[in-house]
Design a protein around this ligand. Structure first.
Ligand code: C2E
Ligand code: MG
Ligand code: MG
Length: 292
């Protein structure tokens, strides 16, 4: 019986491995065509001021709209794109599309804000990155100060000196560099001083349960104090409740992002929300003026 069971377990194991592999091959195969077939799109999530909800920035998040499977999450296909090298053309497309859209919103009269774009490790380590960024900024006519590139601690493992050289090259163009998912990587918090970035993003996992989890609140407080001590701006992501918002506010977090304020949405809905907020804040302003 034991032998039988062992065989079954083995069979199940190979089966699941098999299906995982074929899933991967399927995604890779389909992803090859996705760019040409216009199946990739960007969603946008506002980064806001914690008290007024005023939109201070935008994060661009990649979506794959597959005709049969619907929206496929980036967490499912980015690792595969990274492995296969497809992330290079995809990443270029994301960067160009985000810059184009931000410039378009600026031309339409929206408040000028930064758009944040995620870079993958492979993209970051590609030799032509700085040149590509420069070309895309020129083509889209977006002023460099309205672009922010997000990297993660994981990028540092290979070659910290090289990473900082690249970061400095990007910053020299006037583009902002932020460190994403901070605190989840291999490094200790004090490693922060080794990155020459402008912005730190606190990972969602530390924001969750911040009201009840004493460890999380201590970590968040430590990150904010450390970052402010180094003149870095702090953005918290994944805020879902008023309690979380309030606690982060109390701890002087500069900017916030999360479902509590708005979920990522397509460009039309984002523009709609933005227009609405602008109208609301004008109403509030004029009320204040009347009262005064
Ligand atoms: P990220 O850069 O940390 O982006 C934030 C993720 O958290 C997004 O997931 C966003 O939808 C989600 N999020 C925002 N607020 C909340 C909240 O209040 N609660 C919860 N539960 N989630 C929230 P998304 O869009 O699924 O992206 C996942 C990850 O995929 C991103 O994490 C990023 O690392 C990667 N990614 C997305 N777009 C790109 C891209 O264009 N290029 C690369 N290389 N990676 C990307
Ligand atoms: Mg990220
Ligand atoms: Mg993150």
């Amino acid at each position: 019986i034991a032998k039988e069971e062992g065989r079954n377990t083995y069979a199940m194991y190979t089966e699941s491995l098999q299906s995982k592999l074929s899933e991967q091959i399927w995604i890779e195969h389909q992803l090859h065509k996705a760019l040409d077939l216009n199946q990739l799109t960007l969603h946008y999530q506002p980064i806001v001021e914690g008290i007024t909800s005023e939109i201070l920035g935008i994060e661009a998040l990649l979506r794959w709209n597959h005709p049969e499977r619907g929206l496929i999450s980036p967490t499912q296909f980015i690792p595969i794109a990274e492995q296969s090298g497809l992330i290079i053309p995809i990443g270029q497309w994301v960067l160009r599309e985000a810059c184009r859209q931000n410039k378009k919103w600026q031309d339409e009269g929206f408040q000028k804000v930064r758009i944040a774009v995620n870079l993958s490790a492979r993209q970051f380590y590609s030799e032509s990155l700085t040149e590509e960024i420069r070309t895309i900024l020129e083509e889209t006519e977006l002023t460099p100060q309205y672009l922010e590139l997000k990297i993660t601690e994981g990028f540092m493992i290979k070659d910290p000196d090289y990473v900082n050289t690249v970061i400095n090259g990007i910053r020299a163009m006037g583009v902002t560099v932020s460190i994403d998912d901070f605190g989840t990587g291999y490094s200790s918090l004090s490693q922060l001083r080794n990155f020459s970035v402008n912005v730190v993003k606190i990972d969602r996992s530390f924001v969750q349960n911040i009201g009840t989890d004493r460890n999380n609140i201590s970590i968040v407080r430590a990150i904010i104090e450390l970052a402010h001590g180094m003149n870095l701006k702090v953005v918290a992501e994944g805020i879902e409740t008023e309690t979380e918002r309030k606690l982060l506010q109390q701890h002087n977090c500069d900017e916030m992002q999360g479902y509590f304020f708005a979920k990522p949405m397509d460009s039309d809905r984002f523009a709609q929300l933005w227009r609405q907020r602008m109208i609301n804040s004008t109403i509030i302003e004029s009320r204040v003026k009347i009262r005064n």
